[in-house]
Unconditional design. Structure first.
Length: 125
């Protein structure tokens, strides 16, 4: 998730100003869950090659895999590291994780609404 922090987190929390201690704490909790969700459940295609023929560019991607699956297949990761990742993977529940993310997003949005930073922002309840 390191390469996509900005895009992923902005998509989750938007561009509102989060400047209180409580908001910072909620952002940390949200980041933890978003990191788990992205690394264990969202597939990514990696560019394998790019070939130019005249004005056309042909791109070839490898098969879609999660970052977790790529790490499991990597040779430069220790067996202990792979075992630790496997344990984390078995403990995760994608539905529960998604609900936790949504709950944290709602808390952040409500805090913004209370600060009146975004008077036109509506939270449907």
């Amino acid at each position: 998730m390191e390469q996509k922090n900005y895009a992923l987190l902005r998509r989750l929390v938007g561009y509102l100003r989060d400047d209180t201690e409580r908001e910072l704490q909620l952002l940390g909790e949200l980041y933890l869950r978003a990191r788990l969700s992205y690394n264990f459940f969202q597939v990514v295609m990696k560019l394998q090659s790019k070939e130019r023929r005249g004005s056309k560019v042909r791109k070839r991607d490898d098969e879609p895999k999660t970052p977790y699956q790529r790490l499991r297949e990597a040779n430069d990761i220790s067996q202990e590291g792979k075992a630790r990742l496997e344990k984390i993977s078995k403990e995760l529940n994608v539905v529960k994780l998604k609900k936790e993310i949504e709950k944290l997003q709602e808390k952040l949005w409500r805090m913004q609404k209370e600060k009146k930073n975004c008077p036109n922002f509506r939270i449907d309840s």
